[in-house]
Design a protein around this ligand. Structure first.
Ligand code: SAH
Length: 212
């Protein structure tokens, strides 16, 4: 199979997993996942599977990236926070849909590698920072949308507080090595609405900064 065929398959897989939003599909067609997968696994970049990246972390499964992005319902003027930069792939997809994306990771090395890829792809509306995202990003709050790409035991309080009224947060919730539930939280005038979307499996949200 050549690259063009692999990319066709990639989009087909997304659709067959329920990613139907046209803007999300277009963004995922434009952002080449291969740019975010280094070394040994690069030739599996278009498979619908999570893959290992630096620092013992993983780049998420493309269909899960698609479904989470779709659930987030990002609007063109939105300011978005992603917790868990990892490879930077999810942030890059979000950057085509939003006005500005802030993405944070507890591993400095992942942040700097992701920054290199953003620059190479000419994605200028992403700010990547090394930070413990479970505490939110007070300097930039509030956010229209928040996407957490690591599993928390509960939706972190500081992130709920940084969500604008009418804003949406998507977060995997559950015990770290079990299957988690993907939850969509909508902030209303009076509180928060919770919708359960689907089972997922993510690496855990860990407090504090990483060693590298
Ligand atoms: N969205 C990524 C995949 C995320 S993997 C992608 O598109 O490739 C989950 C990431 O969450 C890991 O890189 C891990 O380092 C990060 N992480 C875990 N706990 C965190 C925390 N408290 N603050 C910021 N990042 C965290």
């Amino acid at each position: 199979m050549d690259d063009a065929e692999r990319k066709m398959q990639f989009l087909f897989k997304l659709r067959s997993h329920g990613v139907t939003d046209k803007r999300v599909l277009e963004a995922m067609e434009r952002i080449d996942r291969r740019a975010f997968v280094r070394g040994l696994f690069a030739d599996r970049a278009y498979d619908d599977t999570p893959l290992p990246i630096t620092c013992g972390q993983t780049i998420s499964q493309p269909s899960v990236v698609g479904l989470m992005t779709q659930a987030l319902n990002v609007q063109p003027r939105d300011k978005v926070l992603e917790v868990g930069t990892g490879s930077g792939y999810q942030a890059a997809v979000l950057s085509l849909l939003a006005r500005r994306v802030y993405t944070v990771d507890r591993h400095r090395r992942l942040v700097s590698e992701a920054q290199e890829v953003f620059a190479a792809l000419g994605l200028t509306n992403i700010t990547a920072l090394t930070a413990d995202g479970s505490r939110g990003l007070p300097d930039q709050a509030p956010f229209d949308r928040i996407l957490v790409t690591a599993a928390a035991e509960d939706p972190p309080g500081p992130l709920l507080a940084e969500l604008r009224t009418g804003g949406i947060m998507v977060v995997p919730v559950g015990q770290s090595d079990a299957v988690q539930r993907l939850i969509k939280v909508t902030r209303t005038e009076t509180g928060y609405d919770y919708d359960e979307l689907r089972p997922v499996r993510f690496v855990p949200l860990v407090e504090g900064l990483g060693q590298d």
